[in-house]
Design a protein around this ligand. Structure first.
Ligand code: HEM
Length: 155
């Protein structure tokens, strides 16, 4: 794995990104935060609704359908901006356990999102216990990824 990350770090794309001035990296981070907001906002909106707060005039399924595109647009922006941040320093992240924790949790978050979360948030009426547990798991996994992302730099 470390050889792969060293090869990625020495790739033509990584050295092109590395040669850009610092604003390039700063703009990539801004896009990363914008992607984060697009992913987490609908999760917060719908989780509050599942807990009986927030936009109570709309049903959970109406909110889920209306915001579904935000999540995938946000994930695409995160993947692109994250790759720009990651590539020039790929081998630097290899020994960082927080980096690996973030990606394992991101895998769990996406799997949860397309299975359990999708089936619950498409229901017309959700049983209270299922609604509360879905909201708590959704908020925990996505904020967990965000906090892990923030803590990568501190480790
Ligand atoms: C999809 C693929 C993703 C890639 C390749 C990626 C990659 C990265 C990298 C390389 C960093 C910089 C770490 C550092 O050196 O400090 C970072 C930071 C961060 N990531 Fe991601 N990430 C991805 C997805 C996500 C997701 C899904 C979230 C949240 C839901 C997220 C939230 C963050 C946050 C909050 C930071 C800290 C930003 C900052 O310090 O300004 N990332 N990410």
């Amino acid at each position: 794995m470390n050889e792969l990350l060293i090869a990625l770090q020495n790739s033509a794309l990584a050295s092109f990104i590395g040669k850009q001035n610092h604003l390039f990296g700063a703009v990539a981070q801004l896009f990363h935060i914008a992607g984060l907001i697009l992913v987490v906002s609908p999760v917060v909106l719908i989780s509050l609704r599942l807990l009986g707060f927030g936009l109570v005039k709309q049903s959970v399924s109406e909110l889920a359908v209306a915001t579904a595109r935000w999540t995938w647009t946000g994930l695409a922006i995160l993947a692109l901006s994250g790759t720009v941040i990651f590539l020039p320093a790929a081998a630097h992240y290899y020994p960082n356990p927080i980096f690996w924790f973030k990606f394992i949790l991101l895998g769990v978050a996406v799997l949860f999102h397309v299975t359990w979360y999708r089936s619950v948030t498409r229901q017309k009426a959700v049983r209270p216990l299922l609604a509360r547990s879905t909201a708590i798991v959704a908020l925990s996994v996505w904020f967990g990824v965000a906090y892990a992302g923030r803590f990568i730099g501190f480790y």
